[in-house]
Design a protein around this ligand. Sequence first.
Ligand SMILES: [Zn+2]
Length: 215
Amino acid sequence: MSENSFKEKIKREDFYYIEDTLVFQWGFEKISPKEIQKEIENLKSPRSTKGREVGFRYTVNGLEVVVWTTWLLKENKARESDSGWVIIRDAIRKNILYSSHPLHRTKNFAKNLLSQAWIAQWRIQHRPHCPECGKFMVIARGKGMKSRYWKCSNYRDHKTGKSVCRDWDFNLSPKAKAYLRRLRKKRRKYRDKRKKELKPNYVALKKRKKWEQKK
Ligand SMILES: [Zn+2]
């Protein structure tokens, strides 16, 4: 995840591989240019407005995973310098409930993006029901920068009279959990290294946060 990797180009084959996997294997659909226009107008997309970037969507259980690829539709090439994103949002209100770390354009870009998409899809396909009242649990923000958990605040229908919380990863498959463990370890190392070098962390995330606040 070096700064230079950001500028690496994704190749057409990579993009087709991403598209094939998402659409033909996992049931995502491509977001139409008209919809993208609407999203930009609503300022609900964190993307640059220059060029129309290809995004994919998968909706189930009232939630939606969106994968932004940095691939420009008309130009048929990747955006000059940008990273990919995987987000989970409310399927109707479209507000963002979770977003992945920015996915830099390293040589593993396609694989990393697809891994995040796969995990996010699993999360919403297996959206948990509250063990107390049976309602769908919602995505809540924890204290950390990226920390999320599942929560049900319908405490009136709970025997305990309290909210119910579940770990963000509790319903993931062992394979997904192992993948995330490796990834988090790698990120921790990277952040520690930058700290030692007195370089800022979470740069892209903070930039993005500002963007989200504009809406
Ligand atoms: Zn409940």
